[in-house]
Ligand binder design. Structure first.
Ligand code: HEC
Length: 164
């Protein structure tokens, strides 16, 4: 009898723990500077994601984002980018901006699409971090939105993967 109860207890708790872990993995972060930084560096580190399709590795960037860039995308963003579709909610693009020496990380500027966050500007959350995560700007950042607005018909993004 005791064994049976123990078995049930173990099963129920395993179920609860795995449910919790799975929920934890799919839970998306709040669109807030520090919370989002923790998510992309600790909970779901972006260095393990894909590069933006067609931009695999460091490439020479256009102004104003730094001489050299690396652009990482999470699974949701990768799928949409590969099909060149507008990105669904939950999509994250993390861009690392390097100096002319190709080595010095100057800033990290991500975009994260959040339902209802800012419908006038594509529902993107924008942020700028220093190399060690200092929040320099986050939210509905006017500078980012203004410049990216020239691409508003293209999901507010400059990078688009062209299938060959
Ligand atoms: C003056 C114009 C300008 C401003 C301001 C600007 N961007 Fe960009 N952004 C660009 C251009 C141009 C690209 C394409 C870069 C390339 O691949 O060479 C780009 C690319 C990106 C990308 C890669 C996805 C895409 O759109 O192609 C992200 C992410 C991004 N910018 C985030 C930001 C954030 C966050 C800010 C504000 C902190 C910001 N940008 C401010 C012009 C701008």
């Amino acid at each position: 009898m005791f064994k049976k109860i123990l078995g049930v207890v173990v099963c129920v708790s395993l179920f609860a723990v795995s449910g919790f872990l799975m929920a934890g993995q799919s839970k998306m972060p709040e669109p807030e500077g520090a919370v989002f930084w923790t998510y992309i560096t600790k909970d779901n580190p972006y260095h393990k994601w894909h590069f933006f399709p067609g931009k695999e590795c460091l490439y020479e960037g256009k102004s104003p984002h730094g001489a050299y860039l690396k652009v990482y995308v999470n699974d949701i963003a990768y799928k949409a980018a590969s099909e060149d579709k507008p990105m669904p909610y939950g999509a994250i693009i993390v861009k690392e901006n390097y100096g002319k020496d190709k080595k010095t990380l100057m800033a990290i500027t991500p975009m994260y699409k959040v339902e209802g966050f800012n419908p006038e500007a594509g529902d993107w959350f924008w942020a700028k971090y220093g190399p060690s995560g200092k929040v320099m700007a986050a939210g509905k950042v006017k500078g980012c939105i203004k410049c990216h607005s020239v691409q508003k018909d293209k999901d507010w993004r400059f990078l688009h993967f062209e299938k060959k």
